[in-house]
Write a protein that binds this ligand. Sequence first.
Ligand SMILES: Cc1cc2nc3c(=O)[nH]c(=O)nc-3n(C[C@H](O)[C@H](O)[C@H](O)COP(=O)(O)OP(=O)(O)OC[C@H]3O[C@@H](n4cnc5c(N)ncnc54)[C@H](O)[C@@H]3O)c2cc1C
Length: 420
Amino acid sequence: MNSSPSVPPFPVPDRMTCDVAIVGGAIVGSSVAYFLKRLAPAVSVVAIEPDPTYEFASTLRASGGARRQFSCPENIAMSNYSIPFIRAAGDALAVDGEPAHVEWREGGYLFIVGAADLAVLRDNLDVQRANGVRADWLDADALHARFPSMNVAGIAAGVLTPDDGWCDPNGLLQGLRRKARALGVEYVRDRVVAIEHDATAARGVRLASGSFLQADHIVDAAGPWSKQVADMVGMPLPIEPLRRFEHYFETPNPIEPLPYVKDMARLAFRPEGRGHAHPASAGRAADGGAVRGYSGGLVDSNEPRGYNFDVDHDYFERVVWPALAHRFPAFEACRCRRTWSGLYEQNEFDGNPVIGNWAGRMDNFYVASGSSGHGMMHAPAAGRAIAELIVHGRYETIDLGRLGYARIAMHEPYPERGIL
Ligand SMILES: Cc1cc2nc3c(=O)[nH]c(=O)nc-3n(C[C@H](O)[C@H](O)[C@H](O)COP(=O)(O)OP(=O)(O)OC[C@H]3O[C@@H](n4cnc5c(N)ncnc54)[C@H](O)[C@@H]3O)c2cc1C
């Protein structure tokens, strides 16, 4: 194990100690914890999480989408690792014969663009295919033939990745957490209020309860709160909470099974349940079947940053519905049944995650945050990456060097191109 060489034991008695303290025990923190125990069973790992119900955690408010359609090879590689992990998680995360309930649906992802963005879509397709992704190019006619309910006016083409899909984020979190605990990870119900450190190393975490937990390695997996945690060691992290609404809506109109659909305006939605009908709905569809349910939203990038969970109940009607009904007229008659809010851990610097340690400055302090809307799908890969850094001192599965903090320190943004 790559223990920080310069860290002497903290010389105060009656302190708890561990090899790795993880700040935040939701999906990213639990993934780091799980992979640490998988890679090095003897490592002692403590995850500190103030709220075992995860009421405000982004993980429980996520839409569950998991896709390979990115432009940065690192993001594609993380999806190539994470999606098969999620697909197999039911059995792989089973404890005492009880599987994890991840509810993976391989419904595919469809990105659609107008003429102005055609070149970017094609360039990204080339990168995806070069990185082993099965992806189909569909021009407007092919889109119309495949998805007759779609109004293709203004659409030049789309890319469909049929092996992508969506899952239940809470099911994945609970599966990772349960398995991590079964492997020996300790979850402490507490809040980190300070991190003791000197100029070159973090020493341990001070908890709201007053306890101190000495640790050789500290991981910031606090999602939208990760900037506050990084502040505790003096690391400037450009990650801000960005509110985003998710809506559950239904239409009584017949509509073919849809993939997860995304466009340049950041409209994004997917079928809920099995994608054809929502069993909870009492209504009947126009074709006699059950009403079809969907989950999605439209990110407002201009939303003021902050810890705001208020719900704007007019947002669907005002912003989402017009975009939806324009693209899929079957949604003209749709009804929004529920709207909830959640926070993206938005990386204001370039929209990509910050994964890795504070190399050369505080080598034993790690960050896994800033995914800006993709943190659920990439949690398995991010967790494995941080675990490899801690246990082996280097990346072994995916080289995530370009997503490290160095690019921020050197003012070299590394953004995604095209649909976000
Ligand atoms: C509406 C919405 C839809 C989304 N859809 C998708 C999607 O389709 N696909 C996708 O991949 N991603 C999606 N995301 C993003 C995804 O939810 C997040 O990227 C991911 O859940 C981040 O996980 P996390 O564990 O880092 O953060 P969180 O789930 O927010 O967990 C952070 C944890 O840290 C804890 N914490 C905070 N401060 C402290 C402290 N001081 N001490 C100890 N613990 C602390 C909190 O209690 C919390 O439990 C969506 C997000 C939203 C809001």
